[in-house]
Design a protein around this ligand. Structure first.
Ligand code: ADP
Length: 491
């Protein structure tokens, strides 16, 4: 008996979606999960803001829908256009509000009542969308604070709360560090009733916390790995919301992210000079050669360590910086691509100037270099302080690059330590210190010096399955649960 997935209509309301707009892992997830859900038969679609920075070539594929939407805010109404496109069979809607453009760089650099307004209107537009799209979702799947406002409006908006029985809401927390906190306390002019500003609502130490409101108002909450779902209920990782998450943990569950295996595929990746898979790994050497050449180095059989990601405290960049001298001392190459905190950017640049023969740093976002690094690297370093899921280690494994990670959140859920299991896929450490990171790197180098063992670990990585096939079913079952279809648990 097959599950009645084809009865489900879900709209992903999100601030990013690869390949239209991506700042990090959230963009990857919204770019791949809706497609995986469609493969199960679910009518899943995506709703995005029309950022002014979207590439002109991409914009040319959009078609404007004939009917305008009208969105109420501060005693007036904002007209808005809905645009439609299609990415690999997934219908995408985009919202354009001429009188209130979305931030050029996706997220406002400074959160306040004014900078948040476009996202608030965007959330109201999700509830109005059916009037122009001629399509009505049953479930709103919300992602992080920018769209948690859909659930907030359904619970506390003086007009939209009357629709609350017509829809179910799922809020996925991709990163609890971003909560959408603003200093103001009064959202009455936005139509949000006064009672929402309370301890059991949006109030947070005398300010407004949009993620907290979303957690309380949504019908279900998910995090992007099972371990992160209980870590965030602790003081250490709860970012001030551990109490709220504990209180509402009956509607909280962790569903591991997947990656799009058709995009992240070393056999077909258009950014690579040579292609390989688990049956023929040797062309990976060609990618390594091209990567070394890109850094201005020749081949010399030294282990190549890579770091790809945002340069922020969360990612354990301090540990990486403290370890660089020892990494070089161990005779390794280190290649870093990332952007973020200026202090980290500067320190990394200084390290590459100090060790030009061993350390290469590219500050910025570079999709092409990242692909070449995944394929040409030997080991990926990910010493995160906390990690909701982490996609970088999943991509690295797919490309046969062995992760060295701190055992937190999704890293602990996805990497198996190779010193403790025959099906090991990487090297884990627990204590947040550069000594612990270096110890793990030392163990990885020990394995690297034993080609047969190393080859086995690389093969274990490449045969691990982190495609969406399992996790998309978990979401589909959650949707059925919300819709009241009760006979699915045995599947
Ligand atoms: P985050 O916390 O940023 O969401 P994830 O590991 O979940 O981290 O996802 C990061 C995604 O962004 C991966 O697809 C990674 O390849 C990509 N990425 C991050 N920084 C860069 C960069 N500087 N250049 C290219 N790709 C990057």
């Amino acid at each position: 008996m097959s599950l009645p997935f084809d009865k489900i209509k879900v709209l992903h309301v999100a601030s990013e979606m690869h390949p239209i707009v991506k700042k990090g892992g959230l963009g990857d997830v919204v770019g791949s999960l809706p497609k995986a859900l469609r493969e199960l038969g679910i009518d899943s679609r995506v709703f995005l803001p029309m950022y002014p920075s979207i590439d002109e070539n991409v914009k040319r594929t959009f078609k404007r829908m004939p009917y305008k939407l009208y969105l109420p805010l501060e005693w007036r109404v904002f007209p808005a256009f809905l645009w439609k496109t299609d990415v690999q069979g997934v219908p995408i809607y985009l919202l354009e509000i001429e009188e209130m453009p979305f931030p050029a760089d996706v997220y406002p650099s400074n959160l306040n009542l004014n900078t948040i307004k476009p996202f608030f209107l965007f959330s109201l537009a999700a509830l109005e969308l059916e009037k122009s799209a001629r399509w009505r979702p049953q479930i709103f799947h919300l992602h992080d604070w920018p769209t948690s406002q859909v659930a907030i409006a359904l619970k506390w908006h003086m007009y939209y709360s009357s629709f609350s029985k017509s829809y179910d809401t799922v809020l996925t927390i991709h990163n609890l560090a971003h909560q959408g906190i603003i200093q103001e306390t009064d959202l009455m002019p936005w139509g949000i009733s006064k009672e929402a500003f309370s301890i059991d609502g949006l109030e947070y130490y005398g300010m407004i916390n949009l993620l907290k409101g979303g957690i309380i108002a949504s019908d279900a909450i998910t995090t992007v790995s099972p371990r992160y779902s209980w870590e965030i209920q602790t003081k250490e990782y709860g970012m001030g919301l551990d109490g709220v998450l504990k209180k509402y943990n009956s509607k909280l569950r962790g569903i591991l992210n997947g990656i799009d295996y058709s995009y992240w595929n070393p056999m077909t990746d258009p950014f690579l000079p040579a292609h390989y898979d688990i049956d023929n790994i040797s062309p990976k050497k060609e990618c390594r050669k091209a990567l070394l050449a890109r850094c201005g180095w020749g081949e010399d059989h030294l282990p190549v360590l890579i770091y790809i990601g945002r340069l922020v405290e969360q990612k354990g960049i301090d540990l990486l910086l403290y370890s660089i001298e020892s990494i070089v001392g161990h005779g390794c190459r280190l290649i870093v691509v990332g952007e973020g905190n200026e202090v980290y950017e500067q320190s990394l640049k200084e390290a590459s100037a100090q060790f030009p023969a061993n350390v290469f740093v590219k500050i910025g976002y570079d999709e092409e270099l990242a692909h070449l690094m995944y394929a040409g690297g030997d080991m990926l370093i990910m010493p995160s302080y906390f990690e909701p899921c982490g996609l970088t280690q999943l991509i690295a494994m797919r490309y046969g690059t062995v992760p060295i990670c701190r055992a937190v959140g999704g890293l602990a859920d996805t990497v198996i330590d190779a010193d403790t299991a025959h099906d090991g896929t990487g090297f884990l450490f627990s204590h947040y210190s550069s000594e612990a990171l270096l110890h793990a790197i030392g163990r990885a180098l020990g394995a690297w010096n034993s080609p047969e063992l190393w080859n086995q670990i690389v093969r274990n990585c490449m045969s691990a399955d982190f495609s969406w096939s399992r996790s998309s079913r978990e979401y589909a079952k959650l949707y059925l649960e919300l819709l009241g279809v009760s006979d699915f648990r045995s599947f």
